[in-house]
Design a protein around this ligand. Structure first.
Ligand code: IPD
Length: 339
């Protein structure tokens, strides 16, 4: 597989459709073992990670299914199995590198936007695995740009490590994001946090799952005053601080609280899982939003463009919410962008 992508195609629209092929249920594939927690502390006197110690995987609180319960789990389709296998393979390097974060050679792309060797390595593994399974598909990713496939209808959209700044700082809020777009619609999405071992998946028309065993469902919270709202925080000098400040002001004093994780795809996954009630951010890219938007929709939530444009994945200006709070949030946040 060539590493140098040919011509970059312009970003097509992505919406969801329902032509996912389903197969008869089969037993879920065995979970891969993650690195065993080291006995000694990972923190040095300076409070930084000790690069010689492997970082312990934090287990998600989901319970193991009891005998019999396993039968009721939704089996992954062949397509999702390809995506999960690629993500788990790529995750092994991230888990290793996360424990050696201080040793990584980091190059600077722009203010606050770092690219690590781990990013590039992870993207290569994902590209190799996904294109090995579906050689004719196109491929769009954060580091390498777009690769045109012979099949113009299908395209992978990939962020190898969303939350690069978290990664560099040893904050375990990072994720691999993989979406499959078919005829400009996202039909499958996966978001995997390899440090916390949390796997969020969804296929169009089949719903979403956490760790292949718990259904994804957005929250049912109705009152904005009780809601936990996540947002992006503009930080780059090119960012539109004024619009963000107007948006924040429109919500401040009316919510149960605000959060900023530093990984937009996890923000979307957390809305899909009902942890956050809503999320908004401007200036995102298709690889930040494509997989997560399907997770949220399949979990019963809403994903729209903040300025009422038709395609939030294309604009990257997203409002994501549970169904109950959506109208209220939309009313408060719309029309605040600088002219
Ligand atoms: C970033 C994260 C972050 C968001 C930035 C993104 P990256 O992606 O998703 O939460 O605020 O706009 O660029 O660079 O870590 O892949």
């Amino acid at each position: 597989m060539s590493q140098t992508p040919p011509a970059v195609s312009s970003r097509p629209r992505a919406r969801v459709v329902s032509n996912v092929r389903c197969t008869p249920p089969k037993a879920p594939s065995p979970r891969k073992k993650l690195p065993v927690p080291a006995a000694k502390s990972t923190a040095s006197a300076a409070g930084r990670l000790d690069p010689t110690v492997s970082f312990p995987a934090i287990r998600s609180p989901t319970k193991s299914p009891r005998n019999g319960a396993r039968k009721q789990l939704m089996a992954s389709s062949p397509l999702m199995t390809v995506m999960i296998n690629a993500a788990r393979k790529a995750a092994r390097g991230i888990q290793r590198d996360f424990g050696e974060v201080e040793n990584l050679q980091v190059s600077r792309k722009g203010p606050g936007d770092f690219v690590t060797n781990a990013d590039k390595r992870t993207e290569k593994i994902l590209r190799d695995e996904l294109l090995k399974a579906r050689p004719s598909y196109g491929f769009l990713a954060e580091e390498g740009g777009a690769l045109k496939g012979s099949d113009a209808e299908n395209r992978w959209i990939v962020d190898p490590i969303d939350g690069t700044t978290n990664f560099i700082h040893g904050v375990p809020l990072i994720a691999i994001s993989i979406a499959l777009e078919r005829k400009d619609e996202v039909i499958a999405g996966l978001i995997y946090n390899p440090i916390m071992d949390e796997l969020f998946t969804a296929e169009r028309g089949r719903g979403g799952m956490l760790n292949e065993r718990r259904r994804l469902r957005v929250s049912a919270r109705r009152e904005l005053k009780d809601a936990l709202i996540c947002c992006g925080l503009p930080h780059d000098s090119k960012d539109d601080f004024q619009t963000f400040n107007r948006e924040l002001t429109a919500l401040q004093g009316h919510t149960g609280g605000f959060r900023r994780t530093g990984s937009a795809c996890l923000d979307l996954a957390y809305v899909a899982a009902g942890r956050f009630d809503a999320f908004w951010e401007r200036g995102l890219h298709p690889w930040d939003v494509a997989a997560g938007s399907l997770l949220v929709r399949e979990a019963g939530g809403r994903v729209v463009d903040l300025d009422a444009k038709p395609d939030p994945i294309a604009t990257g200006n997203v409002l994501v919410s549970n169904a109950e709070l959506f109208e209220d949030l939309q009313k408060r946040l719309r029309g605040l962008a600088a002219p």
